[in-house]
Design a protein around this ligand. Structure first.
Ligand SMILES: [Zn+2]
Length: 186
């Protein structure tokens, strides 16, 4: 679509006038959704105090770090929020090599994040984006570093063979969220 050309003066003006949300929506070529872990996994972990996928005991503690919560994708208030730690495996492709690891969610019920914009709470965190293809094959890995998040995500989504993206902590390595394309890219 010609009018989405990010280099055109018209786009620049439209982008400035449209505000923050729209600028994220129109940024680059790819539309996407950033989502917390499945609600059913979080609900089961809270109810059973075990990892729903592995059966390992879950653990509740007052937050000593920022997290974030893998369901609502908001950071914890250290020393106040109670968080639940359990083992989670983020790949849904049955051909993918499982990658179980520790994740935190709020102990109390919270809302699952599902939006096209990166939660503001995650922007200051060390982030790495990984694009995965068929069979869970890693196609591309990019650290966000001091760059802005959206262009790096667009580069990863544009990498040939990438079907979906995992957002991970670039220092701890742990899984934060999954990002899927939303609608056709043009
Ligand atoms: Zn939460």
């Amino acid at each position: 679509m010609r009018w989405l050309d990010g280099n055109s003066p018209h786009f620049e003006r439209m982008n400035r006038e449209a505000g923050h949300a729209a600028s994220l929506y129109f940024h680059g070529m790819h539309r996407y959704r950033i989502q917390g872990i499945p609600e059913s996994i979080a609900t089961a972990a809270r109810a059973t105090m075990r990892s729903p996928q592995y059966g390992h005991p879950a653990h509740v503690e007052v937050a000593t770090g920022y997290g974030p919560c893998r369901l609502c994708l908001q950071t914890f208030t250290v020393g106040t929020d109670e968080r639940l730690l359990f083992t989670y495996q983020p790949f849904t492709d049955s051909d993918a090599l499982p990658a179980p690891g520790p994740v935190f969610i709020h102990h109390e019920p919270c809302g699952r994040y599902d939006d096209a914009a990166l939660p503001d709470a995650l922007r200051p965190l060390p982030l790495v984006l990984e694009g995965y293809g068929a069979g869970g094959a890693l196609m591309v890995q990019r650290r966000v570093g001091s760059a802005s998040f959206e262009p790096v995500l667009n580069e990863v989504l544009g990498c040939p063979g990438t079907h979906y993206v995992h957002l991970r902590n670039a220092e701890a390595g742990c899984f934060i969220a999954r990002i899927d394309r939303d609608g056709p890219s043009d």
